[in-house]
Design a protein around this ligand. Sequence first.
Ligand SMILES: Nc1ncnc2c1ncn2[C@@H]1O[C@H](COP(=O)(O)OP(=O)(O)O)[C@@H](O)[C@H]1O
Ligand SMILES: [Mg+2]
Length: 360
Amino acid sequence: MTGIQLNGVTKRYGETEVITGLDLNIHEGEFLVFLGPSGCGKSTLLRMIAGLEGVSEGQISIGGREVTHLPPGGRDVAMVFQHYALYPHMTVYDNMAFGLRNSGVDASEIERRITEAARMLELDALLKRRPAQLSGGQRQRVAIGRAVVKEPEAFLFDEPLSNLDASLRTRTRVELARIHRRLNSTMVFVTHDQIEAMTLATRIVVMNRGRIEQIGAPLDIYRRPATRFVAGFIGAPAMNFIDVEPAGENGGRLLVRLPVENIVIPTTVATGSLPSGQLTLGVRAEHVVIDNQGPLAGRAEFVERLGDRSLAHVSVPGCPLIVVEIPRDYELQAGDPIRLNIDAAHLHIFDASGIAHHGG
Ligand SMILES: Nc1ncnc2c1ncn2[C@@H]1O[C@H](COP(=O)(O)OP(=O)(O)O)[C@@H](O)[C@H]1O
Ligand SMILES: [Mg+2]
């Protein structure tokens, strides 16, 4: 079996458990992204795969070989960090060659690999320079190049783009996607940035407090978040959440009462699947619509014209502020009254334990 397998991987620092019984199959050739808030255990997990951090319990296999107790050098992976350290006194070429020379690769093979990596990363013209003579983006490409020339079974990236400015980050992201297409190697990438995750990943692993909340393709996670945590973490603007009460059913579909003047609206969620207790309705900005007959009467507090789309932040008495995507050129100003409806087919219901119940 190829790829990377994690079996019941647990990590403790003293009494504190930071990764809990984690099972995961990373497929050969996929671009897998660990996404989650700061402190949820992403780096710890990646460092355990790399062998830089010991495992308290469980096993790790890479390329079909158990590596749980092998040192980093025996694992055939290459890691790229946020704070990549290039040797300042060495040229770009020597920086890329250094690790290979140490592991006894012969000079002609080193040259072949560096020439190929330099062409792919557009570093050909820079091979004789020293790190101080490079821009931040170029240095980051050298750090990636140093990993590429190792021709590893898998690449491990720990927030490698976080130090770059916004436009360079976008370009380097595109670059990484291209590199992945060309090399077809397994890539595991850690980020707290959901846009990065959405654009790069074959599959996203959403993490929260050392556990996996959901694994799936980016759009599947966006459309059908498994939990309230995932729903709130993925998507910008964040999903709107409104506390609601169950109000019976219509043909087996749940009706919910909004915290506003006794208004009841339909959902497409089957009542059979729902536990009792507190419910929360979740709906994304693009699924709240302006509707003069709509049940929610509010007032625009703030209108954001973002160029490609416009968002209105609407106050409805009794509800938290609701973010609504409005037609781009729709005439609306702060203070204007507005009526809203919620698209029953695209709302989510979260039960008291945070588990999502989708309609459809
Ligand atoms: N060497 C360490 N000793 C004790 N706790 C640590 C150590 N390294 C990380 N942690 C804790 O483990 C948790 C996960 O950290 P980390 O994997 O760095 O998270 P992330 O990369 O998702 O931001 C955090 O609560 C952090 O404080
Ligand atoms: Mg980290």
